[in-house]
Design a protein around this ligand. Sequence first.
Ligand SMILES: Nc1ncnc2c1ncn2[C@@H]1O[C@H](COP(=O)(O)OP(=O)(O)O)[C@@H](O)[C@H]1O
Ligand SMILES: [Mg+2]
Length: 161
Amino acid sequence: MAYQRHCSSDAATQVAGEQFAAVLRAGDVVLLSGQLGAGKTTFVKGVARALGVVERVTSPTFTMVRQHDAHNGQSISVVHHADVYRVESLGEVLDLDLGELVEEAGVALVEWGDLAASVFGREVLTLDFSVDEDDEDSRRIDAGGSIDSQRAFALEIWSAS
Ligand SMILES: Nc1ncnc2c1ncn2[C@@H]1O[C@H](COP(=O)(O)OP(=O)(O)O)[C@@H](O)[C@H]1O
Ligand SMILES: [Mg+2]
């Protein structure tokens, strides 16, 4: 079963992110992949908004990771937003300790996470962003990874929205 969404605008990608928040549980690590400008940060803004992050979410390209306090009914109290595009070694990603950090009621969203997938092991969700060659405002998002039955149900709703 493949889960995907088509987003025809920047705003639609944010809504896809907002609705993806319902798929998440504390402890989740989500690896986002796709070329520069594919919409990863735009999507994370939507996720963060839906999880009750109040502060502004911007690209963590230079800081590598940012923590945002979250307030929601999903027992997720912190959103770790990382971007590992500029890391020079997997050791640097290991040092971020994201797998550990999410255990304390957090979730982690890692842009370019595919570059460091081996650090996170198998228990991750993946989101693949692709740009439509013929329409510069259109994006496709493919969700995959470690999907149990509860999550499969949530992802079906997400992909049908
Ligand atoms: N459907 C779309 N979804 C997301 N971004 C879009 C879309 N159409 C155009 N854009 C533009 O593409 C860029 C996406 O940037 P960003 O989310 O920072 O990408 P990434 O984090 O993958 O590098 C933004 O300038 C945004 O306005
Ligand atoms: Mg980005």
